[in-house]
Design a protein around this ligand. Structure first.
Ligand code: ADP
Ligand code: MG
Length: 324
């Protein structure tokens, strides 16, 4: 590593995020030394965002920093884990210090908000790419997984669906800044809010959970496959934002909500006996929760309207997603 890279790390990445007592040695040595919490299980995940693939090359640097951490916190949230530590491997084409400073600000603000310490990483030159690893804790036996959905459970989602995918269309078309709604949609793309408190609250009642990174159809499909069940969704209940309703053509709403990626909401299943808890959880964590369907013994993913007639998905016009 060259001296200037060392200085960049010192200036921008040492002491980023929160100070934590369980970090015995953070940035600056050959490895971090960390003290795991006794009696808890470590939840560990990593996600790489490549410029031009996972985010637009011209996305604001602070939002790239925010999103690189947020997508990992979303994974921890889906496991019901409380985030603690992160490492960051950043590859940049040039040592553009303004870009790096803004990136670190976006990353650091979100890390501090969630009490996370950045404990190490790497800084290299090459095509723009960000890899973040995040670690969190969950009491043994209480993690949420994709495997626990049971027939009769309600299928629920947080927030609204399809916003980020629509935000990407607006950004690409140069229509990001038209009005408050367009800015909000683009913000949903660039600055996803990981549902960390919701994930923690769901430890008490959810039988399974997944975060929505690739679109509801695909991500719920993972839960159905892992749990060996099917699901029937009432597409008329899918939560849509007013901004999406304003900007997406009516015939695209369903495709957008089922297939749009990058929302980082949680999809989870809850036994009927626990449904009464959801209102209190939603108001406590400040996130809308919508019941959108029911787990079935089998049959993949079936989409119906409120009157139980089959729903058609956009131009493709199919009504079933195979859970496999
Ligand atoms: P090594 O060559 O031993 O891998 P480096 O010189 O790459 O170490 O890094 C020096 C120290 O700075 C290490 O503690 C490493 O974890 C940390 N570090 C390097 N890049 C980053 C970064 N982008 N964010 C946080 N810490 C970093
Ligand atoms: Mg290194």
């Amino acid at each position: 590593m060259s001296a200037s890279e060392f200085e960049l790390i010192q200036r921008h990445f040492s002491e980023l995020g929160s100070r934590r007592d369980d970090v015995l040695l953070g940035v600056g040595d050959d490895a971090a030394l960390l003290q795991p919490t006794p009696g808890e299980v470590l939840a560990l995940c990593v996600d790489t965002l490549v410029g031009g693939v996972h985010f637009p090359q011209d996305a604001p640097a602070d939002s790239v920093g925010h999103k690189a951490l947020a997508v990992n916190l979303s994974d921890l949230a889906a496991m019901g884990a409380r985030p603690a530590w992160a490492t960051l491997s950043l590859t940049v084409p040039t040592a553009d210090e303004d870009w790096i400073a803004a990136f670190a600000r976006g990353f650091g603000d979100l890390a501090r908000y969630h009490g996370i310490a950045l404990v190490g990483g790497d800084l290299t030159r090459g095509p723009l790419s960000v890899s973040v690893q995040a670690a969190g804790f969950v009491p043994r036996g209480r993690a949420l997984t994709r495997r626990g959905a049971r027939p009769g459970d309600a299928v629920c989602v947080s927030g609204t669906l399809g916003d980020a995918a629509l935000g990407l269309c607006l950004w690409r078309d140069g229509r990001a800044d038209l009005d408050e709604d367009s800015r909000w949609l683009v913000d949903r793309l660039h600055r996803p809010v990981p549902r960390v408190s919701l994930g923690l609250a769901l430890r008490d009642c959810a039988t399974s959970a997944v975060d929505i990174s690739d679109g509801l159809a695909q991500d719920l499909g993972h839960v159905l496959q892992a749990s060996g069940v099917g699901a029937q969704l009432d597409v008329d209940r899918l939560p849509l934002s007013t901004a999406l309703v304003q900007y997406a053509a009516r015939e695209d709403h369903l495709t957008q909500a089922m297939g749009g990626g990058d929302d980082y909401e949680l999809c989870f299943t809850v036994p009927r006996s626990c449904l009464h808890k959801l209102d209190a959880i939603a108001s406590r964590v400040g996130v809308q929760i919508t019941r959108i369907g029911t787990i079935q013994p089998d049959g993949g993913l079936e989409l119906v309207h409120a009157d139980r007639s089959p729903a058609r998905l956009g131009k493709a016009g199919y009504t079933h997603f195979d859970a496999s």
